[in-house]
Design a protein around this ligand. Structure first.
Ligand SMILES: O=C(O)CCC(=O)C(=O)O
Length: 298
């Protein structure tokens, strides 16, 4: 085994908890926490039904993203092999998902990792079909920005809409890997490191929270059914989000968002960032043709 890999410390998964203070301790120690019963059975059922409908709706209209899973390794897959769907931008795809923008049990944990001011990076479902392949192990926050940074500026939450297990390809994370020295992708995807990332088993309704430096990926689903998890990723507000919300959210959805949710989606300025003409006026209701100051003469 390569010496660099041999020396990397590994840990078991933290135990499930419902105590937010304990979850914060887990985040510091393991880089991740497993919070039980974040979503009720009714909420899970409602989201599950909406996702299943959306999966087949996007299939019917031939839109959205279909994958086998291992495309990140540069391999090609046929249409039949693309058994999984990434259902992007759930904000537009059902009111039941809007509560995940600022879930009261989860937002304090995100703020514990990246600070008070957070902005939503993206919200999408990983609906992994049976027969999928493993995606490359990756860190969420690198290479998102051009330089690796030794502090967490991103945090992810995976809401389990299906029970996750070894058989259906539960998410695989490497607890403690947020403290590893920076690895290149080849080393991180060597067999030795892959073996350290084991599919976790946890009941639906659980939320996995992890910081942006934890190495992770999906698992192999061989269960015969789809495994659905919703990823809701957050950033410090100076980073460009994956989804440009002011542009992508449909008008009828904007009307249903609270002021707090709009702020997390970047519809208002963060300090001196994201305003216009030197002010911090919200870009949400801003019409540049009317309000942006152009060429003026005395
Ligand atoms: O589908 C999964 O279990 C993992 C997805 C993932 O790696 C991610 O959202 O970054």
């Amino acid at each position: 085994m390569n010496t660099q890999v041999k020396d990397l410390p590994i840990m078991d998964y933290p135990p499930l908890t419902e105590d937010l203070e304990e979850a914060k301790e887990h985040l510091d120690l393991y880089g991740m926490a497993l919070i039980k019963n974040v979503l009720s059975t009714d909420e899970v059922d409602q989201m599950d039904n909406r996702l299943t409908e959306q999966f087949y709706g996007e299939e019917k209209f031939k839109v959205g993203s279909k994958v086998r899973g291992d495309e990140g390794f540069g391999v090609e897959s046929s249409e039949e092999e693309k058994v999984s769907r990434l259902v992007w931008n759930l904000i537009n795809k059902g009111d039941c998902f809007l509560k995940l923008i600022d879930h009261p049990k989860i937002l304090p944990l995100i703020q514990h990792i990246i600070g008070e001011r957070v902005c939503l990076c993206s919200m999408g479902a990983h609906m992994n079909g049976s027969g999928n392949e493993r995606m490359a192990l990756h860190q969420d926050q690198w290479p998102l920005v051009p330089h690796p940074m030794e502090f967490p500026f991103m945090a992810n939450v995976m809401y389990l809409i299906s029970d996750n297990s070894l058989e259906n390809g539960g998410t695989r994370l490497i607890p403690g890997s947020h403290k590893w020295p920076l690895l290149d992708y080849k080393t991180a995807n060597s067999e030795e490191v892959q073996k350290m990332a084991v599919s976790l088993s946890a009941p639906k309704g659980t939320a996995i929270v992890w910081e942006g430096r934890v190495w992770h990926g999906n698992g192999l689903n061989r269960s015969g059914s789809i495994r659905s998890n919703i990823s809701t990723a957050f950033l410090q507000p100076w980073v460009k989000p994956q989804e440009y919300h002011q542009y992508s959210i449909r008008e009828e959805v904007i009307e249903r968002l609270s002021e707090k949710q709009k702020h997390i989606l970047g519809f208002s300025a963060f300090g001196t960032l994201g305003g216009h003409d030197g002010s911090s006026v919200s870009p949400a209701e801003f019409d540049p043709n009317r309000e942006s100051i152009g060429i003026l003469k005395p």
